[in-house]
Design a protein around this ligand. Structure first.
Ligand SMILES: [Zn+2]
Length: 269
């Protein structure tokens, strides 16, 4: 299927440069499908309630033209054309857009739904922002590890060609999302890695990637399970070494810039 790479939010934390919110817009047979949703119109209107105190560290660019809704409208579509949203996890910088598409079915793991909504523990209660799903998101939950997918990974095929691949560690129910694009498999790793150099030496176009120390330190601070995060980096390393698979993290601007530029060229995902 045809896939567009969007940036649906920019942050400027100290020493880390610009962090983006990499979102996929997929033209599927079931209508438009978003993978993650970035920040939404409501987040810019009410940042205190919807983004919480971490906005003071992350310094978002307050510009709602970055939302998936505004970008989709600029492409000639409307909110109602988005039928499904598949999210990597429920942190505020990934689900702000849900309320801009209230008719869409939202896919996540049962474990992530439990962490954020059904049975949050002390850390989870400080982490997630319930105002972002207070409009009444239409959840579709995916339970357990799913079927054998690739390597030692398993997944739930939530729509034809779109697979939710459980990868807990950053949060209790985090998952990557694999999409069979026109030119190969795209793996949206969400926050399973922050700095792409954690799992690969080179970008998809072959440019060497430097380590971004501040971003890696932030990953350790906000992650729930450091051993699981290391295992996830190893899984992403294995995936990205495969011909025909392009892996990218949610927030690494270097990778987003390459993949959006390719949209106009032969390597369009
Ligand atoms: Zn994130």
């Amino acid at each position: 299927m045809r896939v567009h790479h969007l940036n649906c939010g920019s942050f400027y934390p100290p020493l880390a440069g610009e962090l983006v919110c990499h979102v996929l817009l997929c033209e599927s047979d079931d209508g438009l499908v978003l993978v993650d949703s970035g920040l939404g119109v409501g987040d810019y209107a009410d940042p205190k309630r919807r983004m919480g105190p971490s906005r003071r560290l992350l310094h978002p660019r307050m510009d709602d033209s970055l939302t998936a809704l505004r970008q989709i409208e600029a492409m000639g579509h409307s909110a109602g054309d988005v039928s499904h949203i598949v999210v990597t996890h429920l942190d505020f910088d990934h689900i702000g857009g849900l309320s801009d598409f209230p008719a869409a079915t939202v896919h996540t793991t049962s474990d992530e739904h439990a962490a954020a909504i059904r049975s949050p523990d002390f850390l989870d209660r400080r982490r997630y922002r319930p105002a972002q799903w207070a409009h009444g998101a239409r959840w579709q939950l995916h339970t357990g590890r799913g079927d054998v997918w690739q390597h030692d990974l398993t997944g739930h095929e939530v729509l034809p060609g779109i697979t939710l691949v459980p990868m807990p560690g950053h949060s209790r129910g985090h998952a990557a999302v694999a999409v069979e694009g026109d030119h190969g498999v795209l793996v949206h790793a969400g926050d399973a890695a922050f700095d792409a150099s954690s799992y690969t030496l080179a970008s998809p176009a072959g440019r060497p990637l430097d380590k971004i120390t501040a971003v890696r330190a932030f990953e350790q601070v906000v992650g729930r399970d450091r051993a699981a995060i290391r295992r996830n980096h190893a899984s992403l390393r294995w995936l990205s070494a495969n011909e025909g698979i392009t892996v990218f993290p949610a927030h690494d601007k270097r990778i987003l810039d390459e993949l959006t530029a390719w949209r106009l060229g032969p390597a369009n995902g």
